[in-house]
Design a protein around this ligand. Structure first.
Ligand SMILES: Cc1ncc(COP(=O)(O)O)c(C=O)c1O
Length: 462
């Protein structure tokens, strides 16, 4: 399909080529965006000026890929090497790269109105996307707040849970979570997690009870693990002050790609109903098809009280996140003595361009039936990777929808596996001992077969 931006890039390409000669043409063909790339100086510049999050301080220039373009489920680096992106960028590419409809939606909204402050007025895309999201959620979750990142959605959800109980005149502030859960890195969001790298070294802003897994991660999905897991949450909820909320993911992503036992979320729903605690589902990773259903909690047919969303909603094209809840929670904020509403919001929350892109993402998910496709491709991926469980360095192979985890016995081995897969043209993600394959939802059968093949070869190479 010919897009306006495609035509502009081509024109720039032709103009620059004519002016600068053959070497430059080769570089520009590599980047595919009409911009010449000198890989060595790009690396030096990055090393000198950029502070990379979640990365060790480096004394020497590294060899991390410098990515310059992408199409579908593949990305290309500055040297012209192509990779199958089984990290889905930051686990957020749903519709793949260079999708013309998403680019067109952003361009159109940028030229109409980039944004308007939602604490003062409104704009058209925000109402439209809120309506579409409420149509995907179970009945009763029709009120949506927009922010910019998954962490901000967590931050808002915790504040709303605390505020809700304050509004009712019965303050509660304790939150129950998985110790191996991950909900982001604002101070509030990071405080929820018990993962070692998430210790914040600051005073506890509110009480959190972090539930440890009662069995190793690789055994958790077994039906026998349901009872001990539910008991652990029951103890956490019942021992101590009544909790404001139980805050969980439907699949522990950063916690090692852990599949929870069937029936767990239904049991949590029942526990929350019994004790009044709000049930918050963090769908930042699972939401919008990743697990083969629109939301991770859809596997259990439950209705949470609050749902947070981000990654797949804007497919990695623009920062965007959302939190949906019930009218009861929303209406309770009328009791706020100063503004009669929520004292929370960001300049770019509900950014009009992000809303327009999200609307286009939801169209693409629907038109291309990407949610059932994720379930089908996920089954092929897991079936292809399961034989790797026989390898002596592999502790477990598991998956849910279009996310598969190869858990290794040693983190060094997992790191080597990721490096060898990269040499073979596949980008895998590592969380500790777990190597995770999380391709964009648009991956096709051939892509899944290639992903299985390269992961297997990278394992054999050892
Ligand atoms: C389940 C979950 N919640 C929250 C977050 C935080 O989102 P963000 O990185 O956009 O702040 C992440 C990020 O990986 C996540 O996986």
């Amino acid at each position: 399909m010919i897009t306006e931006s495609g035509v502009r890039n081509t024109l720039t390409f032709v103009r620059v080529c004519t002016a600068r000669g053959a070497d430059m043409i080769v570089d520009m063909l590599h980047t595919n965006v009409g911009e010449a790339v000198d890989e060595a100086s790009a690396r030096q510049r990055d090393h000198r000026y950029v502070w990379h999050p979640w990365s060790p301080v480096k004394e020497t220039v590294g060899d991390a890929p410098i990515l310059v373009s992408g199409e579908g489920y593949r990305v290309r680096d500055a040297a012209g090497r192509e990779y199958l992106d089984a990290m889905a960028s930051a686990m957020n590419s749903s519709c793949g790269y260079a999708h013309p409809a998403l680019i067109a939606a952003a361009e159109r909204q940028l030229s109409l109105l980039p944004h308007f402050d939602l604490s003062v007025g409104t704009h058209l895309p925000v109402g439209r996307v809120a309506e579409r999201i409420s149509g995907l959620l179970p009945d009763g979750l029709g009120r949506t707040l927009f922010v910019n990142s998954g962490s901000e959605a967590t931050e808002a959800a915790v504040r709303i849970a605390h505020g809700y109980w304050r509004n009712l005149g019965r303050p509660r502030d304790r939150i129950i979570t998985f110790a191996a859960g991950y909900h982001g890195t604002t101070l509030v969001a990071q405080h929820l997690s018990g993962l070692p790298t998430n210790v914040t070294h600051t005073l506890d802003p509110f009480p959190v009870t972090r539930v440890e897994l009662p069995v190793p991660a690789r055994e958790l999905r077994a039906p026998e693990s349901l009872a001990p897991l539910v008991e652990a949450f029951e103890r956490a909820v019942l021992d101590g002050a009544p909790p404001a909320a139980v805050f969980v993911e439907a699949f522990l992503n950063v916690g090692g790609g852990v599949v929870l036992p069937s029936g767990f979320l239904r049991a949590l729903r029942e526990l929350c109903d019994r004790t009044g605690a709000l049930l918050v589902l963090d769908e930042v990773f699972c939401g919008f098809g990743r697990t083969g259903r629109v939301f991770g909690f859809d596997h259990e047919g439950i209705t949470p009280d609050l749902v947070t969303m981000s990654k797949g909603l804007s497919g990695g094209y623009v920062p965007f996140a959302a939190l949906s809840t019930t009218e009861a929670v929303y209406r309770s904020f009328a009791a706020d003595p100063l503004i009669g509403g929520l004292r929370y919001g960001h300049t770019t929350g509900g950014h009009a361009v992000a809303c327009a892109v999200a609307l286009a993402v939801l169209d693409v998910l629907e038109e291309r039936k990407l949610v059932p496709a994720a379930a089908a491709r996920g089954e092929e991926l897991l079936a292809g990777l399961l034989p790797l469980a026989e390898h002596p360095e592999v502790a477990d192979v598991r998956g849910l929808g279009l996310v598969a985890t190869v858990e290794c016995h040693r983190p060094e081995f997992a790191a080597g596996l990721v490096a060898r897969a990269r040499e073979r043209g596949t980008l895998l993600r590592r969380q500790g001992c777990s190597v995770m394959a999380i391709p964009p939802l648009v991956i096709d059968r051939a892509g899944v077969a290639e992903l299985v093949r390269t992961t297997g070869k990278a394992l054999e190479d050892h």
